[in-house]
Design a protein around this ligand. Structure first.
Ligand code: NDP
Length: 283
């Protein structure tokens, strides 16, 4: 708690809009980064009830905020309240980062480039020409699918319990060359891929996922970061795959937001240490 005492009247203010925001790691991650770089910035939780997103955006402007992160359930409502959107935010119809500049507000989505940075920098994986099996078709799945398609992935197979729920994902990838197909959960075992991503909450309460054959060249990414280890991660490791949890994507999207707000390179090691410490306090 060293950082908040250094805040003075010239501090720049950021926050995270969500409902609930109580468990968000973003205040911990960003305040650790500000302290490490001795920046006079502060990041606060902003609980905003469902349906109040556009009022909250007006509030950011009125209160002189430099910007904000956005989480569930407001990403789409915030997109509608922006003066301009990045291409990723426009395709996904979802904003996770707001930049307030003068009299205008701009919306970005750093989940997509965050996932790509994680794949390339942390996992050493180049999606070009590779196949992916993606469990889930919600907000996180759409962001990951867009990253893979932009990076010229050959094929994405979406595993969804309701095929109708994948429509927004198909729309987000319109015009991109990657082949896209949807299969039910009971067909996943017969669809091996170079990359497997869990973008569902399955595993949070010990649930298993139906996995295809894995090899030591398969990369398995579970977007869950709490609990730190899920049955998917344990099984995939036992079968020889390279396995990552969701902290990498979380940190890279945070680093990209930090860079949009401050114009400075994010101290990702400091951010990672703060997140790991906060998560270990929770368990
Ligand atoms: P959404 O609610 O937008 O999407 C959840 C997806 O999971 C939907 O496709 C949903 O299908 C599917 N799903 C939910 N429950 C089940 C179930 N019991 N069986 C089969 N499918 C199910 O959530 P998000 O996309 O925002 O988040 C998904 C996960 O990714 C969460 O666990 C979240 O914590 C994690 N996440 C991690 C991030 C990171 O940076 N590491 C970033 C964002 C999310 P249906 O439409 O049928 O309900």
């Amino acid at each position: 708690m060293e950082h908040p005492s250094r805040i003075d009247g010239a501090a720049r203010t950021l926050g995270i809009i969500g409902w609930p925001v109580r468990h968000s790691l973003s205040p911990t991650i960003h305040n650790a980064a500000f302290a490490a770089l001795a920046l006079n910035w502060v990041f606060v939780p902003l609980p905003v009830a469902p349906g109040e997103a556009s009022i909250a955006v007006a509030g950011l402007r009125a209160l002189g905020f430099a910007g904000a992160n956005v989480t569930m359930p407001h990403k789409t409502d915030v997109a509608a309240a922006m003066d301009s959107l990045s291409d990723d935010a426009h395709r996904l119809d979802a904003v996770n980062t707001i930049v307030v500049g003068g009299s205008s507000v701009s919306g970005y989505n750093t989940d997509t480039p965050g996932f790509e940075r994680f794949l390339r920098q942390d996992a050493g994986f180049d999606p070009a020409g590779r196949t992916a099996l993606l469990y889930g078709a919600g907000g996180a799945a759409r962001a990951c699918a867009l990253a893979l398609a932009r990076a010229a992935s050959a094929r994405i197979t979406v595993v969804a319990r309701d095929p109708g729920s994948t429509r927004p994902l198909h729309e987000a990838l319109e015009g991109l060359a990657t082949e896209l197909e949807t299969i039910p959960f009971d067909a996943a075992q017969s669809h091996p891929a170079d990359l497997i991503v869990n973008a569902t909450p399955l595993g949070m309460d010990g649930e298993e996922l139906p996995l295809p054959a894995l090899s030591d060249g398969t990369l398995v990414v579970d977007l869950l970061y709490h609990p730190a280890v899920t049955p998917l991660q344990t099984t995939a490791r036992e079968r020889g795959a390279t396995v990552f949890g969701g902290l990498g994507m979380l940190l890279h999207q945070a680093a990209l937001s930090f860079e949009l707000w401050t114009g400075q390179q994010a101290p990702i090691d400091v951010m990672s240490a703060a997140a790991v410490a906060a998560l270990s306090e929770r368990t």
